[in-house]
Design a protein around this ligand. Sequence first.
Ligand code: PHE
Length: 386
Amino acid sequence: MTFFNRRNFLAGAMFLGAGLLAGCHRASVSPSAASVIKIGSLNSMTGDESTFGKSCNSGIRLAAEQQNARGGLLGKKIRIITADSESSPSKAQLAVLSLIDNHHVVAVLGDVASSNTKAAVPRCQKARIPLITPASTNPNILRGDDYCFRTCFTDTTQGKWIARFARHDLHATRAALLVDTKQAYSTGLARVIRAEFTRLGGKILLAPSYQSGDTNFQTQLTQIKAAHPQVVFLPGYYGDVTTILQQARELKITVPFVGGDGWDSQKTLQIGGKAVDGCYFTNHYDPSDPAPRVQKFVKAYEARYHGNVPDAMAVLGYDAANLLFNAIKRAHGTGEPALRNAIATTKNFPGVTGNITINKHRNAIKPGVVIKIEHDKFVVVKHEKP
Ligand code: PHE
């Protein structure tokens, strides 16, 4: 019987050693560690969705800087630690582990893209580190994980707005649907759009698919052209959206395309140019809204980031960070489950994007807007209620 074999013994010794080392390390850094609250920003700073990650991270950082200028939180300064999820779910998983294991963050803000958040959620749940996604709209990514929250609307709501807008405002009855099967965001949103458009008496004539990063859409677009839809639903991300629209216009498909928040990037205008003119998408807020809380934020963001107008990810990152700070105050600390419970019981928190109440599904119910792309600008044409 090898009750205590060599391998087990060695493994045990190494484990103990690692524990001691970790202990020493913590003890040696404790004075500075005690004076800061570390919060993770899990965002795609590089890759196909990098405008999402950069904007969200900028919003989070602005919120932390403002809070630190007011004296910080509970007598400590906030330190934001950014981990790059590189526009990839597997990288998002590694990035969130480094935030938890190497940086010992007390909470994670992120990701933007639903597939990345979906990959990070089980890690945070297992470690009992609260995660708040500011912007991931897929309804299924939070599962039963009670440490994971969302502070934006879901695609169950957004998909209905998209379908209703096409049916009631554009008076379309015949539509095509183009789906990105690589993104949970796109497949989920497509499902809701199809159900709602059909319920309202519209018909989805065909629903060809693509995968983010594809460059040639001739096959799908030729099929779409032959079916003569009055509108094309495109629940995708800005990088593919602009390529698809350029190829569609070359094929003389002139009808409007309608999408969701995944279109929100300055790149849609810069790269899409004329091809995206006359198209529509739903989004989280209107930066030209005269409401004081919106204008105050827009001015502060522009001053901090060289005149850049904050897009939806920027404001959502800002709101999620402030909501977390508020929860830390109400929890009188960052211990668990107190912090998790404080986030869960958030009621009527005054965000820039609206008042945020976390419901029993750990989601927020929020209003939205429909945007038209007109002469290289995003113009709000409709306000939507949940
Ligand atoms: N809602 C998108 C998703 O779930 C991400 C996104 C949010 C994109 C806001 C743009 C603006 O993947």
